[in-house]
Ligand binder design. Structure first.
Ligand SMILES: NC(=O)c1ccc[n+]([C@@H]2O[C@H](COP(=O)([O-])OP(=O)(O)OC[C@H]3O[C@@H](n4cnc5c(N)ncnc54)[C@H](OP(=O)(O)O)[C@@H]3O)[C@@H](O)[C@H]2O)c1
Length: 236
């Protein structure tokens, strides 16, 4: 929960559409699962459009702000029309000046993202996905995002990739640059236009994570990690 002063600071937009900040103040709308029915901040029987609007209002209230930098659809629906309905509600929040950027999460099929992009009046500018081998590290999807000015965020960056963190390529780069393998992975992602999210609860790890980005790997070093991802990636 933000402090009063943080809430006040965030009442005004803090970035332009093409200027994604390092720290984003935002939240997501998530369809309820059966077990969540008592806790969701909206009427689960209402139309999806109404659910998104109600949920956002609760988030704004809880975060003590009138404006969010980003608002993310937690995942596409199985039925595309419902994804569109949720997106239209998010666009309405954008037009009301309550949201700066619209994004989608857990969207691993490029075709779904392309279809969303096609119908969107307000285009997605953020995709937040799990970074792991089973979705091919989103190699194609990330390429398409770059071409369409869509920022990428990664989660599960460390928990899903112990095999990368112990791989000789990362371990050697870590030694060479005086970093931990986790920092090497974070910095590689930054240089490949992905913002890694950290889920640490430790102050020490957070400091380490924030201190990942003061080195620049050469094109050849980046390419070595690209090849590693291609090697481990499972095609989806
Ligand atoms: N869109 C979605 O569906 C979705 C799903 C999950 C998460 N997320 C977002 O992603 C964010 C990151 O969460 P995550 O689950 O992806 O976390 P993560 O960064 O993959 O995992 C963090 C775990 O790694 C450990 N760790 C060890 N060394 C670390 C280091 N140097 N730095 C950081 N962690 C270290 C942490 O333990 P310690 O606590 O001991 O450091 C923690 O258990 C979350 O805050 C959430 O906002 C989004």
């Amino acid at each position: 929960m933000p402090s009063e002063s943080l809430a006040e600071e965030n009442e005004q937009p803090i970035m332009s559409t093409h200027d994604m900040p390092f720290i984003i103040y935002g939240t997501a709308w998530k369809k309820q699962r059966t077990g969540d029915l008592d806790t969701v901040p909206y009427d689960p029987n209402a139309p999806v459009y109404e659910q998104v609007l109600a949920s956002c209002e609760v988030s704004l209230h809880n975060l003590q702000t009138r404006y969010l930098d980003g608002y993310i659809l937690h995942s596409p629906f199985k039925v595309f029309e419902q994804t569109v309905e949720a997106w239209r509600a998010m666009e309405s929040l954008y037009h009301q000046g309550k949201i700066g950027h619209l994004g989608i999460s857990n969207c691993y099929q490029l075709e779904v993202l392309q279809n969303l992009y096609k119908i969107a009046e307000i285009k997605p500018t953020l995709v937040q996905n799990r970074f792991y081998d089973e979705t091919g590290y989103d190699i194609e999807l990330r390429r398409w995002c770059r071409e369409h000015d869509i920022a990428n965020q990664s989660f599960w960056t460390l928990t899903a990739n112990p095999h990368l963190l112990t791989n000789s390529v990362l371990v050697q780069l870590a030694g060479q640059y005086g970093k931990a393998p986790a920092q090497v992975l974070f910095n590689y992602l930054r240089q490949r236009n992905v913002t890694p999210l950290t889920g640490t609860k430790s102050v020490e790890h957070m400091k380490l994570d924030l201190n990942s980005f003061d080195v620049n790997f050469s094109a050849d070093e980046l390419h070595q990690i690209d090849l590693l991802l291609e090697e481990f990636a499972t095609p989806i």
